[in-house]
Each structure stands twice: as C-alpha cells, then as structure tokens.
Design a protein around this ligand. Sequence first.
Ligand SMILES: Nc1nc2c(ncn2[C@@H]2O[C@H](COP(=O)(O)OP(=O)(O)OP(=O)(O)O)[C@@H](O)[C@H]2O)c(=O)[nH]1
Ligand SMILES: [Mg+2]
Length: 338
Amino acid sequence: MNTTTNEKNIIKETKEEKTGRISEVNKNCFKITFHGEEIPAKLKGSFYEEDAEKLPVVGDYVTFLYNRQGDSVILSVNERHSFLQRPDQAKTGVMQYMAANVDYLFIVTSLNEDYSYNRIARYVSIANAGGAIPVVILTKSDLCSNPGRYVSEVERISDKVRVHAISAIYGIGLDELKDYLTPETTICLMGSSGAGKSTLINSITGEEVMKTSEIREDDDKGRHTTTYRKLIELSNGVTIIDTPGMREIGMANVQDGIDETFSDIVELESRCRFSNCRHDTEPGCAIKAAIESGELSVTRYELYKNLGRENTNNHAKKKEISKWAKAYKKIGKRNMWD
Ligand SMILES: Nc1nc2c(ncn2[C@@H]2O[C@H](COP(=O)(O)OP(=O)(O)OP(=O)(O)O)[C@@H](O)[C@H]2O)c(=O)[nH]1
Ligand SMILES: [Mg+2]
C-alpha cells in the first residue's frame, strides 16, 4: 500500500516511532494515551486490507508516528495478551471486538431486577475465552436484603469466578477490590446499563471521572449514559476501561471459555462409558449419575448445554458470513464493469 502525502509529511517531521495505548475508538478515529496525553490518530492505509480482528481496539498497545500538529498515524498493533470479543447484538455471528490486554474483567451486575445468573455465566465464558480473569461485582448491595444468597449462587457457576458484593454509594465492600487495583493492571468493566459501572469507577478513583445517571424507576433499566468504551489511566498506575451497558451478551467463538467455566462438567463427560454419550439413556453415564447424586445441579448442566449450543450455531453463521465477505471483497477489487 502506498504511503499517503499526510503520512509522508509526518514521517518527515518526526521520523520517530512511539508506543502508546488506544484509549478510544470512534469509527476510523482513534485516541492514544501517551505519557499522560491523549493523541488523536488515524490508521495507516494498509490496515484497511486487514481482517477486523487485527484493527486496534481499546486497550491495544500500538506503534505510531507522532504528529504534534494533527493526527498521528498508527503503524501496527502489538501482540495482545488477552482479547475480549462477542457476537454482535443482532446475533448474525459477526464478532464485536471489545477490549485488549485486560487482566480482570469486572462483570458488573446490580442486586435488583438486573441480576441474571445466566448472563453472568455468559460474561464469565467470554472472559475465560479471551484470557482475562472474571471477577463478578454485585453492586447496590444496599438495596438487597440478602446479598450473601446471590454471592453463593454466583460462586456455584464456576470455581474460577471471584465474587464481591458492594455498594459504591455507601462504600461497602470496596476494600475487597484493593487486591485488583495494583500498578500495571488493566481492569475492564462490563454489564448492563444502569448496573453502576461508572459509579464504581468514580468511587474507586475518588473523583467524578465518568458521568452517571439515575436508572428508570419502573424496570430498573439504565439510560445508556456511557456511550463508548474509554480507557482511563489512574495516578496509581491502574488502568480502567469503562464500557457502555450491553442489552444482551451472545456466545460465539468461545467454546474454550465455556469449557473452562464448566470444567467440572467437561471432566465428568470424559468419565462416561461411551465417548459419544449423549447423557440421555446410555448406560454408564457420569453426567446422569452426578445429577442423581446431587453432585451436579440440573440448572447448571442445562446452562452449559444451552451456551454450548448457542456458541456452535453462531459459529456456523459466522463461518457462512465470512465466506460471503471474502467473496464480496474479491468482487469489489475487480473492475465493477467486468
Ligand atoms: N443504591 C445504589 N445505587 C447505585 C449504586 N451504584 C450505582 N448506583 C446508581 O445507579 C445508577 C446508574 O449508575 P451508572 O454508574 O450510571 O451505571 P452504568 O453501569 O455506568 O450505566 P451505563 O453507563 O448506562 O452503562 C446511578 O443513579 C447510580 O447512582 C450503589 O451501590 N447503590
Ligand atoms: Mg456508565
């Protein structure tokens, strides 16, 4: 790909490559944090030939040519140590790439109508698939008479999940989060609108870094106050990524994450007498035996099966779509009047 005039000018002016971190993405406009500054940047032309998953997302470390006068140019994305993705809301199987280089995914759910065991399990699988550690934060404990009940329920999803019940408003449970707030750590917050993600960030930082707003009284739903993903570097060396509330969270490309979340079920399956056991009427079925003895709960097993099924269906859709996209790209490159 040819270097554009703008790119040439920047190369002439600085000739210096720097490394920074993507703090915001807005279509083709990016912001990079670099020594406490936020620098506007665009992509080098050759990126437009790349697959979507190779484009920079919030949290990516990038090499760029620094331009003090205008947009800097992003040259490449450094290798990621974790990468969070999910299928888009329309369930077309097209993936949405959410954040990179996240150490802990804070799955934020409030202890009101928003609480959903099923949704938490989905987020946990996404964190496990993407290489981030899932931490469930049950917010608004001040509005709930028995937060402990929910904590134990979430703990039963997987032994790989950590759970904390907090109240950002009353400062309850915030001390427990200190262990995560260590220098060079990146924490990403995800969850429904109104769950209290931005409020929690403000409580952690002790400043109003993010805007928050009241939820609707009739159904406890939020107002989509945070509208784009935003990376914030705190003075203590912790990096936080706030995200807009998500209505639903689908499964695709995360079978490994589902298997990790439900590793005990995978292990039980491997103990069935027949390797192709459908856990139905086959003799020597370890799953049925575990359910009968009470070792495995039916609800949890059903959840594992449903998430797996959804993941497989969406994966098939994704493959079909990428076949179409590739064919379309090829046609697009030929002369239109051929
Ligand atoms: N009672 C109570 N209210 C809380 C708590 N945390 C947040 N809230 C309230 O919940 C409402 C929504 O909080 P936000 O922080 O804006 O929620 P959000 O998750 O960032 O929402 P989006 O930006 O829309 O995704 C606000 O009115 C907060 O004051 C809490 O611990 N207890
Ligand atoms: Mg918010």
